[in-house]
Design a protein around this ligand. Structure first.
Ligand code: GDP
Ligand code: IMO
Ligand code: MG
Length: 476
């Protein structure tokens, strides 16, 4: 990363509480390439943070995943959920890129574009990488078949995928059977690629007619062709021109196929390293890796979740936090912030700062528990590295530290924060954030206290390696 080139304003500049434009915050420095990474199990409000920071970006790139993502943004009174489009498309002058690392369902992409256009919300432009893979209905059929097979084997639960065909599409990609957008828009290559793909799936009995699929894909390919481009040179050119790029992560570090809670993971790499592979931007061009975490935690689907809370409190968090899946509508499992997993995600991704979201949801609670370690089934204790075996992680007993709660985020408090900035955040919340930063050694730079665009406050840039003392200018 280009840390050495960076000039940080003094933390005294905290009075500039709403994130100002790039010339003010970057000391006039040119390009900023930022990666936004989910630090938990997904749905941390990456969409909201990306949209917020996109106000001074020229490109926003989705680097992995596909229609399994659901990123919610509130534009005025309108609520938008984006699945495959990068959040940048909501802003004038921004190009939203479906990056090379994605698996994109082209029919769903067309519907998403059409729906946004119908609502007059499509303000940016759209480019699709020729290297992105095409996700087909047959991948969804396979996803359903796999879930059924897993459930039969394990006597109940599968992985709880979003049933959008993600696993099978990535399997075809890495098995080298895949169809990419480069071939989708080439009628002369499409037939041959589809024949190969069909030949690779003798175990699927209910495949749709290949001829019919080819006809549909040729039509879609014809319509999308003007937007299918070599996106890496576009981004390299943007870097040379000094433009700002955001790599918008989908899913989350703990759903990473290698570093997440395997096998209860997705099939891509939603980490900072994955964002580089998924965009074609080299590591030394990265300036910032922003980890997005809720002040508590949620998970959709099956898999270990040591700090999950059931009963009335779980129901309370779900209701007040509106924790309903943005893609599948499934109720999200809720629990407390887990510093073991957060420290692990910080090391894995190299977070340079955190955006902590949904602090308002915990407003009004007497106390806020945070897991600072686990006791494992063999009697050992861990603080920063979770067990690799999902069954072991599921049996971990969290050790909690309890923080004093903060007041309800009523309209008066929200108005004060909008007016005065981070200084108006309640003291108990500031202590909670300071603890998070000191424990993970990553400064908290943004705090989100509501779903609206103007409900994000800039904390100022703390020292790069936070300690209680170095963080005190913004935490006191
Ligand atoms: P993503 O997948 O990481 O983009 O997150 P989702 O959009 O799936 O879920 C985040 C949800 O929280 C959405 O419904 C947002 O509108 C909402 N949200 C975002 N930030 C805040 C916040 O600070 N407070 C509250 N109460 N809701 C928020
Ligand atoms: P965003 O970008 C939350 C979860 C699924 C399932 C597992 C595998 O909105 O944060 P998949 O369909 O990818 O094969 O499912 O991953 N999952 C998500 N959970 N947010 C997401 O995306 C997710 N994308 C996948 O629930 O447990
Ligand atoms: Mg989501």
């Amino acid at each position: 990363m280009r840390r050495c080139r960076r000039q940080f304003p003094s933390v005294i500049d905290i009075t500039t509480h709403i994130y100002p434009n790039s010339s003010a915050t970057h000391g006039g420095r040119a390009t900023t390439v930022r990666v936004i990474v989910g630090a938990q199990f997904g749905d941390e409000a990456k969409g909201k943070i990306t949209d917020f920071l996109a106000s001074d970006a020229q490109y926003v790139v989705r680097t992995g995943g596909g229609p399994n993502a659901g990123h919610t943004i509130h534009v005025g009174d309108e609520k938008v959920v984006l699945h495959q489009l990068a959040c940048g498309v909501l802003r004038r002058g921004v190009t939203g890129v479906c990056g090379p690392g994605m698996v994109v369902n082209p029919a769903q992409l067309e519907s998403e574009i059409q729906a946004l256009d119908d609502r007059h919300l499509l303000h940016g432009s759209i480019v699709i990488s020729e290297r992105a893979h095409v996700l087909l209905t047959l991948h969804q059929l396979e996803d359903a078949w796999e879930e059924q097979t897993r459930s039969n084997q394990s006597g109940g639960a599968g992985l709880g995928t979003t049933q959008r065909g993600i696993g099978p599409a990535y399997r075809d990609r890495y098995g080298r059977w895949g169809l990419r957008f480069a071939e989708l828009v080439r009628p002369d290559l499409l037939e041959q690629r589809l024949e190969l793909l069909y030949a690779s799936k003798p175990y699927l009995s209910n495949l749709p007619s290949r001829e019919e699929l080819q006809r549909q894909l040729s039509e879609i390919g014809g319509r999308l062709a003007p937007q299918v481009r070599a996106t890496e040179p576009i981004l390299w050119g943007a870097i040379e021109r000094g433009e700002n790029i955001i790599l918008e992560g989908a899913q989350s570090a703990l759903l990473d196929v290698d570093y997440g809670t395997y096998p209860y993971v997705t099939s891509s790499h939603p980490t900072s390293a994955g964002a580089l592979v998924g965009s074609g931007i080299p590591p030394q061009e990265l300036d910032e890796v922003i980890g997005v975490t809720k002040a508590y935690a949620t998970r959709v689907g099956v898999g270990p979740f040591p700090t999950e809370v059931g009963g009335e409190m779980g129901e309370y968090l779900r209701r007040v936090g509106g924790e309903q899946g943005a893609t599948t509508g499934r109720p999200r499992r809720c629990g407390w912030l887990d510093l073991v997993l957060l420290k692990y995600a910080s090391r894995l991704n190299g977070f340079t700062s955190f955006a902590v979201t949904k602090v308002d949801v915990l407003g009004g609670l007497d106390e806020v528990p945070v897991a600072v370690g686990y006791r494992l089934s063999d009697g050992s204790e861990v603080e920063a590295y979770p067990p690799a075996i999902a069954e072991e992680l599921a049996k971990a007993t969290p050790v909690y530290r309890r923080f004093a709660g903060w007041p309800d985020f009523n309209e008066r408090l929200r108005e004060r924060i909008r007016r005065e900035g981070a200084h108006a955040l309640p003291d108990p919340l500031r202590r909670f954030l300071e603890f998070l930063a000191v424990q993970t050694r990553v400064p908290v730079e943004w705090v989100s206290y509501g779903p609206r665009r103007d409900e994000t406050v800039w904390m100022g840039r703390g020292a790069r390696t936070p300690t209680a003392a170095s963080l005190s200018p913004w935490s006191s």
